[in-house]
Write a protein that binds this ligand. Sequence first.
Ligand SMILES: *Cc1c(COP(=O)(O)O)cnc(C)c1O
Length: 401
Amino acid sequence: MKKGKKNDGASRSRQPATKVVTGGRDPASNHGFVNPPVYHASTVLYPSADDFAARRSRYQYGRRGTPTTEALEQALAELEGPHCTGVALLPSGLAAISAALFSVLKAGDHVLVTDSAYGPTRNFCDQVLARFGIGTTYFDPLVGSAIAELIQPNTKAVYLESPGSLSFEMQDVPAIAKAAHAKHAVVLLDNTWATPLYFRALDFGVDLSIQAGTKYIGGHADVMIGTVSANGTTAADLKRTVYLNGWCVGPDDVYLSQRGLRTLAVRLDRHYQSGIAVAKWLEQRPEILRLLHPALPSHPGHAIWQRDFTGACGLFSVVFKPVPQQAVHAFLDALELFGIGASWGGYESLAIPFDCAGVRTATHWAPGGPAVRLHIGLEAVEDLIADLEDGFAAMAAAARV
Ligand SMILES: *Cc1c(COP(=O)(O)O)cnc(C)c1O
């Protein structure tokens, strides 16, 4: 961003940490103020009836986009890199998932979905897409290029989530994308875990990259938003689908997301470093069977993570050696810094128990003990470790009784 100038193509070569600061800002056309204004807008007035009849206006109507929504879309597009030709904003991460799927599927089509997908994604496929005559088949996240054997003549889309946000299987995205494209299927990816900072999905063959912006983009557990980044193959259908359905996001939520984005690089780096430190500490604990964290060399998907990703967020899971579930609950209840609750990506640490067994249909979930997902927030690592130590003490006491 040059003084008084709009971002141009040259800024695409800058580092991601710079792009999150400069993207979508244009102080010169905003009286010099650093941040874009928040337009609360429905009606756009036209200077004359002629102009209205010809729709001669930069903006037509609030739902179709405002300088506020365009600023966030532009910032995200810059982060995604040169393959990104369109970004859509949706009122939640799940809405971004449904919008992306609706934009590429029609009655009679078939979609392949990774067995590790976020639960509500499965519910959408099974309970909504099914009603529109669209079939879903779940597949082993580790399928790789063998996805080719699962592609039917009416398979129009392959849906990935890497790593899976509970179980953390790493998918071979380029291999799956190559096989899918060979059979003319579009590739969608839920990229909430890595964000475009740590995995530029469109560079690896993904056609529609989805973010629950609710997580790290917002970053403060105070906003719901979803984003879809599209390439030249998918952008027009995505934008049309979102427009025709009347989906849009309130300006304050867009603004909060944009405000979160400015600090995404520093926050993620801290989540990354603290996450690794806590995971390594946990890996040495006698109570732990294994860690599910792709950035640890012990993870089966580590080589893929190292090849394709440039970092990790603060979300991973642990598998305990077998103990009664009530001992796991005692562990969680004893934690003071880790809240118990859905979502993640905010500044605060979280912990939840989970069991994928009930939702898997293509693979068998049997990790060898009870599992807990942790989100490592921005608190000091020493304090988080001390908190976990208290949890282990409570767990041992509960397991004895
Ligand atoms: C939270 C989440 C979503 C859904 O986002 P919402 O904004 O809560 O609708 C989608 N995918 C993943 C991986 C998530 O963790």
